[in-house]
Design a protein. Structure first.
Length: 191
């Protein structure tokens, strides 16, 4: 009988141990199921993100390879920006010319010479320019003269001429190396 009781006791202990082991196993299985569900959900989320990225890439490809690549609105914005830059460039150019003129006046006033050169405004001589095709004035370079100063002196006398026009009318003239007494041709404005 002792043997039977001992057998039953051992059998009971074995069953209890088996049940505890089954519960632990079941708990581990449930944890694994939860982790698998989380992984599946993350995989679905990544698949959605990949689909969205593929769609965006396809749209960018279509936009860059299809047709003109830029619509009318984009081109208009670009044209407006270019015009704005051109306006700023012109304003800067005018400011630079004014500053150069101020520097020319400041440089010439300290030298003891008159602020404006003496210009001859007799009626323009026909054929006085290079090749004899243009009318204008002959000017004798004075101390501290620059083409800008000469052009301004003529403008002050009512003759609309620029330093660039004087330079173009005198091929080979080096505006940085004007010599006192040098004769240059100042073109008359077109009538």
């Amino acid at each position: 009988m002792k043997r039977i009781l001992t057998g039953i006791f051992i059998l009971g202990l074995s069953l209890a141990a088996a049940r505890a082991q089954d519960e632990a196993t079941q708990e581990q299985i449930n944890k694994l199921k939860g982790s698998i569900q989380d992984l599946i959900e993350m995989q679905r989320s990544q698949a959605k993100r990949l689909d969205a990225l593929e769609k965006e890439i396809d749209e960018l490809r279509d936009k860059s390879s299809g047709g003109a690549g830029a619509n009318q609105e984009d081109l208009q914005k670009l044209a407006d920006q270019v015009q704005e830059i051109e306006k700023k460039r012109q304003a800067d150019k005018e400011l630079i010319l004014k500053e150069i003129e101020k520097l020319g006046k400041a440089g010439s006033s300290g030298s003891g010479r008159k602020s404006t050169p003496i210009v001859s405004t007799n009626p323009p001589a026909g054929g006085a320019g290079p090749g004899g095709k243009q009318s204008g004035y002959e000017y004798s370079v004075q101390r501290n003269d620059t083409l800008s100063i000469i052009a301004k002196a003529y403008r002050d006398q009512g003759i609309k001429v620029t330093a660039d026009q004087i330079l173009k009318a005198n091929p080979g003239l080096n505006p940085n190396n004007l010599k006192v007494g040098q004769k240059i041709f100042v073109p008359a404005p077109a009538q």
